[in-house]
Design a binder for this molecule. Structure first.
Ligand code: C5P
Length: 345
């Protein structure tokens, strides 16, 4: 049996500018992505039966981002309810299947996928898109399709607007739907930005946030293009101390109008010494920028303590660094996936 592993990172939007919707009802965007070290892993195997099967295991990242993530049976159970044809990993595999068939013959195209998720679903961090990106990388390798990242991005764009950013990683700027990308800067050898992330029990639906955005009468007529914005985007890759005033998410006010408790989490982070905070994408994840890993752990631990209360909106917290590199193949899965693989789930 052949097998390949792909991994793809989550993102935070350092800048997210939103225009009024076009005739296709989509809102044109101008956004700067930072890929962060919270990864989805996808194992792809050949299977005798045609078609694509999927199993998803969800994990809760450790509070300091250093310890092993723990299997989350509740999130895993919820993801098992998702119809396979809606799973972005399955949809990504199906985009590659015709290419596989053309190269190796239709009989070779049966695939079984196991998705190891550390990015919370419906959190505004591109978890679904990272599943698609990791699958594209894994299946490309499994079937020796020889597609480069740029070709995978072109295919990934059809699956979701954040898929190209999850494939490209690093720092990138995107226009159109945020999916026409230019690389701003490669990731450093070690992360230079430290984020405490607060996860919430209830997700936010992207269409609902955009609908509310329209109802509030927000949105510019026109936005700068990615190439026009490249120099300003470079400033966002600088030291964390200079980044705070530059963070700008134009969906944030809308997300806060729907979920005022997000601002409380942000204010709490500031009171504990964070430099700045921002809602990630359409939310609800709150990302607090901190001067060091230690400071970010302090913020994440305070959030985590609050999440222990059953009445809290908070689900948990972790610490991540950015930027990190592109989606890639991996020789092995992280050891913490072992318990789940050998367990009864
Ligand atoms: O990109 P995604 O499929 O997650 O978007 C879900 C919905 O959010 C779209 O169908 C659209 O209603 C809204 N949306 C939008 N403008 C964008 C992205 C999403 O209006 N740039």
């Amino acid at each position: 049996m052949r097998e390949a592993i792909g991994q793809a990172p989550a993102k935070v939007n350092l800048v997210l500018k939103v225009a009024r919707p076009g005739p296709d009802h989509y809102h044109p965007l101008l956004t700067v992505f930072e890929a962060i070290n919270l990864w989805e892993y996808v194992e792809a195997r050949t299977q005798r039966a045609p078609g694509v099967s999927v199993r998803t295991l969800a994990y809760r990242p450790s509070v300091d981002g250093v310890g092993a993530p723990a299997l989350d049976p509740v999130a895993t159970g919820a993801l098992a309810q998702l119809p396979p044809e809606q799973h972005l990993a399955v949809r990504a595999a199906k985009v590659l299947q015709p290419l596989v068939a053309a190269r190796w013959g239709a009989t070779a195209a049966g695939l079984s996928l196991t998705v190891h998720k550390t990015i919370p679903a419906a959190g505004g961090m591109a978890g679904g898109s990272a599943d698609a990106a990791a699958t594209l990388v894994a299946v490309n390798d499994l079937w020796d399709l020889g597609l480069g990242l740029e070709q995978l991005e072109a295919l990934g764009r059809r699956l979701g607007a954040d898929v190209p950013a999850c494939l490209r990683g690093n720092w990138s700027v995107g226009d159109d739907r945020g999916d026409r990308l230019l690389t701003v800067s490669p990731a450093p050898a070690q992360p230079t930005h430290w984020w405490a992330l607060a996860f919430f029990r209830v997700g936010l639906s992207t269409p609902a946030v955009f609908r509310q955005f329209d109802e509030l009468g927000l949105g510019a007529e026109e936005l700068p293009s990615a190439s026009d914005y490249l120099d300003r985007a470079r400033a966002l890759t600088g030291p964390a101390g200079e980044l705070g005033p530059l963070l700008d998410n134009e969906l944030q006010a809308t997300a806060l109008s729907l979920r005022p408790e997000l601002a409380q989490a942000g204010q709490q982070a500031l009171s504990l010494g964070a430099t700045a905070w921002v809602v990630s994408g359409s939310g609800p994840t709150v990302a607090a920028l901190c001067a060091s890993h230690e400071e970010a752990v302090r913020v994440a631990e305070a959030w985590q303590a609050e999440a222990q209360w059953a009445t809290s909106d908070l689900l948990g917290a972790t610490v991540v660094g950015g930027a990190v590199g592109a989606a890639q193949t991996a020789a092995e899965l992280p050891v913490w996936t072992e318990t789940a693989r050998s367990g009864s789930l």
